[in-house]
Design a binder for this molecule. Sequence first.
Ligand code: MTE
Length: 336
Amino acid sequence: MLIKRPQIGAISENEVTPESIYLSRRSVLKALGIVAASGVALNARGGVFDDLLGGDKPASEAPRSPLPYTKDNQTHGLILTPENKVTSHNNYYEFGTDKTDPAANSQHLKTQPWTLTVEGEVEQPGTIDLWEMIHTSALEERIYRMRCVEAWSMVIPWLGVELGSILKKFKPTSRAKYVAFETLYDPEQMPGQKSRRIGGGIQYPYVEGLRIDEAMHPLTLLSVGLYGKTLPPQNGAPVRLVVPWKYGFKGIKSIVKIRLMETQPPTTWNLLAPNEYGFYANVNPNVDHPRWSQASERFIGPGGPFSSTRQKTLMFNGYEEAVASLYAGMDLRKFY
Ligand code: MTE
């Protein structure tokens, strides 16, 4: 068993995730020949030793600017995950598969200028100058639960705008039934896109999708910041999706393209392991992952760097009242 010496403020994956899950998600990668047979994941620079040390701390962190925003005055009784944990325990396979790789390897990502294309089933296709959008929009803070499919969770104060308000400006046609999202494809900047081993065997660019009613739902956020400032690169700077009632992998990072479509778009984790990760990916404690239970989760909250508490997972991640009607009559075991 690999013993890691974690950094201060970072949480090693096996601290917050039962070993069975920690190892079994890697076994998908192993089956694909991505992870060394010993079970030791090589990090973004291929260094077993770096992995043993729990990854590198970024030599210099990308600067983040404070943003004006309307505060979320309802704390909803939620306890926030400290900022240093939100920004040091990440999944962003373009920068490596270890939880500390994204913070270590993404700080150079060039996020200015940034253009977001909106195309497909819209009357007025076009582009968004992302930084102009950030500076001219009324940004809102949204304190949301975030539940990873790996059975850990956080509570994060995001900043952003409702995705629906953006999409409406491009006038979706009546044929727009789905919305597809695409991450930047730039192997020079994203080492995981250059190498199957570093990037977890994913076929890049990372892609995601929502049904149009999910995309238009007022809880669905196009996020440009967290904890009062612009997003750090490891969390998906400069713009990512946040859909709080779905597993975290739906929250695609560093988006460059949005395409409205008549048919259901392919999604990255579903392409990789369709029997394990569905298109819908709604948080559901009653439908287990084929290899582990989804009934409970380890909440990464305040406390020592490695502390976490086990809690019950809530239906639709606690947003049942707001979103259950979207799935009325659907068999959620089939549409997982
Ligand atoms: N987006 C891209 N482009 N690449 C990724 O590897 N990982 C997803 C999602 N978005 C991922 C991504 C997964 S599995 C999770 S759980 C969340 O990002 C993690 O978001 P966080 O690092 O901000 O907690």
